[in-house]
Design a protein around this ligand. Sequence first.
Ligand code: B12
Ligand code: SF4
Length: 434
Amino acid sequence: MGARELTIVLLSAPTDCVDDDRTEQSLGLAYIASTLQAHGYSVEVIELTGLRSSELATALHRIPAVDVYGLTCYSTNYHSVRQIVTHLRSHHPGAYLCLGGPHPTALPTATLEDLQIDSVVVGDGELAFLSIVDALKRGRRILGAVGAIAPNDLDDLPFPNRHLVDQKTFTRTLNHCRTLSLISSRGCRHRCLHCNSVVMGGARKRVKFRSTGNIISEIRELKKMGYGALRFSDDNFADNPDLANLLSAIAKEDILYRVFSRLEQLEPATVQRLADSGCKLISVGLESLNPKNLRFLGKAGMLHCLKNLEHTERHGITVRASFMVGLPYDTDASIQHFFEKASRLPFTEYAIYALLPYPGTPLWENPERYGYEIVDADFTHYVQMGVGRQTAFVLKHTDPETGFTFHPADVLRWHCLAHDLFSSKRHMSNSQVG
Ligand code: B12
Ligand code: SF4
């Protein structure tokens, strides 16, 4: 690969494991595309999400022959990523293949060994992939795991390019308006035991935030594209150190939006500002009302701020609270007790997942330390909320003190019981907001 211009295709892979995997384009690929373009490369993005697995083989033949392929990969769509890689290797044997995203970031060596790819990027991919492509242009093929090159300042990144895919083919809405996602920070300062954010922070010690001015410029660009409804994909949106200014600036933009936030952050004054600036939905991870379970997860502080739910709903912001089953101190009696209690809390929408050991999290690395055994090591089964609200549980747990053991069947039973106890709430799949 010499002086000739390099041709590059970025790909996302489908999965059958959820009802809809085509809610939005991959923001990660859109960021990588715009970074490459800013450095003079031309890029094509092919989103294969939305295809059923039976349709994938045919679609693969439509992927053009290029010099470089970059694929984004979750744990749950790993099978179809493998199928795509196998196809590309056999039809375009000389092409350079690179993987990035949550799964290869957690398991770079295993992914490199399992798939015949040239490299994986660990963590943020914009500058690392650019360095890979620059090297290829100079005739050097970088092989193996490539560490993220984090930008000193997120504002230096060009906005993700949303014009390379047909936005009308994606399904996300908020208040019945078609919705685009953006992200105002990278990483999360918390270290909850189950959460993949530890991995995606690239073990980052410091969360990075974009400036208010930079976020507002992107919002204006999205409005010009015809989108006044947005979703912030940040792990903990309200943790922004410049939040008050950011929300005052957003308030002038006349948009609707939704966020994810820790409950601790949702103090009355913050909630007022969120409501005034157009926030319609906040997703919060309540996880469990059992204090021992919350301590286990690293969320013990949450029980002291349940009052924050009241302010939020009172300001007309729908709260979507998510809970977990399969935590160490769960029993039939405790599920009954704590979910009954939770059903009386002031939130409108809910989701219930099972605890899953995503690769790279402490629970995956060292399950026995927490009394768990992984009984199904196929991470493509690690679906929190799959087709028809199904959840998966792949762990067995034994309490070291009492010897009480629970298995996947118990957890799936608790999942059903918890749903029944929440009959006065609305499941997120029936959301009237987003
Ligand atoms: C939006 C989103 C979704 C969307 C997907 C939209 C899409 N088209 O990708 C939907 C709603 C469909 C979804 C579904 C699920 N999700 Co989700 N989702 C997210 C969320 C909130 C934001 C992703 C995002 O936009 N990030 C911002 C961009 C900039 O970052 P990024 O995508 O990671 O990309 C960067 C790097 O990863 C890297 N990179 C990524 N791809 C590539 C490719 C190359 C070639 C290179 C070099 C680099 C690279 O560079 C990018 C730029 O820096 C994340 C949490 C988060 N904060 O990241 C969870 C997250 C990705 N989801 C997660 C999970 C668990 C799921 C589900 C399994 C949940 C379920 N229903 O059971 C499903 C799985 C669906 C599937 N496809 O298999 C986990 C992933 C865990 C894992 N090991 O796979 C995450 C990390 C949440 C978490 N903290 O646990 N999700
Ligand atoms: S669960 Fe939420 S607060 Fe905890 S590490 Fe993950 S994103 Fe951060």
